[in-house]
Design a binder for this molecule. Structure first.
Ligand SMILES: *Cc1c(COP(=O)(O)O)cnc(C)c1O
Length: 456
């Protein structure tokens, strides 16, 4: 019997727990984030074998390493097969530079990868214990719809989604508000960071303990582990030299959950030459990487890549932990990370809205590739890296930039820039005519608490 992997809190003041505990809790009792005590390793030979496996089998092989002793192989295989029933296209832009389209799931953003797996795992464990759960999630657009869609109609789970009213597109809003049933949506006159702060207050409020609250934000370790898989998948599909080469990934980042999946993949043994963390004008991370000093951006800056308008990425505490440091939930550094190693492995750049727009125009006119604002931030980050990096081996270097949402989620911007109406994926059709079920709430904790106590 393999030994169970245990999870510790990045604030180091809570006890270790099993995966299912960490998954159902979300946040650790000391407000830290859970991480595995050791990182499972994948050998080069095992990575070789991935090139012959479909996506869901790679997902099974990666995820089971984090859940040893916590779920049977047959059960896990059934869950991943059910969750990953959509394609993951890799589109060549030029030379060996690719876009990975993570936008083919039911809500057309990369968040489907994590939300679908997390919902299935939560339901699996709740069925065993007979318990109920109330999920609170703050969203800047795509988390809400991915989570709402993934949990929609489940018996033992209720979901409350909070979103900043002015910061999501109409289509993003309708993806959440038209569901109903166990999905409860609250529109707030606030910023994403305020929504996230309300959710965090609720988690630490003993007066709500009886509601069995949990989180579906990327603070939940159940969201991160599934996001490791597509990095292995991309490498397995594109490597030309029998895994003797390395790869560069560019990740458009907001709360840093996507990027953490990638960094975990690297720490598991995937031969990554460099991670590019591309942010929008919320540039707290590039500054931190350069100086070792961290200053969050308050309030966060509004950019067209709206799902990345995050002034204090919650997963940064995990990144700092993986590099040997300690950062608390406020962003205070208690022990510095190994910044030299971090700079060796990570390149970071902030991309302005102007450059984002130019990128969308240029990659479409020059290469015929359609990107939306988030994917364009990633691509612009890659271009900046290739320009400024003196030891770039050129055309042979394998690079993959992540496209995190479908261009049809941002029709106005795309139309303005290139005069094209991106074709709507099947899953987004018909939203216009459906009724919406959302309530408006002030961004006040006492009002939010009252809402929860009254309704659940
Ligand atoms: C959430 C989101 C991001 C940012 O991902 P993080 O894991 O929060 O860094 C990027 N692009 C899109 C489209 C998103 O929805």
């Amino acid at each position: 019997m393999e030994q169970t992997l245990l999870y510790y809190s990045t604030n180091l003041e809570a006890g270790v727990v099993t995966f299912s505990n960490a998954l159902l809790k979300g946040l650790a009792p000391d407000k830290g984030l859970y991480l595995p005590q050791s990182i499972p390793q994948v050998t080069r030979e095992e990575i070789n074998n991935y090139s012959r496996m479909p996506y869901f089998e790679i997902a099974f092989d990666i995820i089971r390493r984090f859940l040893v002793g916590e779920i049977g192989d047959g059960d896990l295989l059934a869950l991943v097969q059910d969750a990953y029933n959509f394609p993951v296209p890799l589109e060549k832009v030029y030379d060996r530079k690719y876009i990975m389209r993570l936008d083919q799931g039911p809500t057309a953003s990369f968040k489907d990868f994590a939300a679908r797996m997390m919902a299935r795992l939560m339901q699996y464990y709740l069925k065993q214990s007979g318990n109920n759960l109330l999920i609170l999630t703050a969203t800047s657009g795509d988390t809400g719809s991915a989570v709402a869609n993934a949990f929609y109609g489940l018996d033992n789970i209720q979901v409350v989604v909070l979103f900043p009213r002015a910061e999501v597109t109409e289509r993003q809003r309708k993806q959440m508000t038209t569901l109903g049933k166990n999905i409860h949506v609250l529109a707030l006159d606030a910023k994403f960071d305020d929504c996230q702060a309300l959710v965090k207050l609720a988690f630490s409020d003993p007066g709500l303990d009886h509601l069995c609250l949990s989180s579906a934000n990327s603070i939940n370790i159940g969201r991160l582990i599934p996001q490791i898989v597509y990095y292995f998948y991309a490498y397995s599909r594109l490597t030309a030299k029998n895994n003797q080469e390395n790869i560069v990934f560019s990740v458009p980042s907001g709360n840093f959950g996507d990027m953490m999946g990638g960094v975990l993949a690297m720490k598991m043994g995937l031969p990554v030459k460099k991670f590019i963390i591309a942010t929008n004008a919320n540039d707290e991370f590039p500054g931190y990487l350069a100086t070792g000093l961290y200053n969050k951006i308050e309030p966060s800056r509004n950019c067209i890549s709206s799902a990345m308008n995050v002034g204090h990425p919650s997963n940064l505490a995990r990144l700092v932990a993986l590099y040997g440091g300690v950062m608390d939930e406020q962003g205070k550094i208690h022990k510095p990370a190994d910044m030299d190693l971090m700079r060796k492995e990570i390149f970071s750049v902030s991309v302005s809205d102007q450059v984002t727009r130019e990128t969308i125009r240029e990659i479409y006119s020059k290469r015929g590739v359609l990107l939306e604002p988030h994917g364009a931030v990633g691509w612009a980050g890659l271009i900046e890296y290739l320009k400024t990096n003196p030891d770039d081996p050129g055309p042979e270097q394998l690079c993959v930039s992540l496209e995190t949402a479908h261009p049809a989620k941002f029709p106005e911007e795309i139309h303005r820039l290139i005069g094209l109406d991106p074709p709507l994926p099947e899953s987004l059709k018909g939203l216009e005519d459906k009724p919406e079920f959302d309530s408006v709430l002030p961004a006040d904790y006492q009002d939010f608490k009252k809402f929860l106590l009254k309704n659940f």
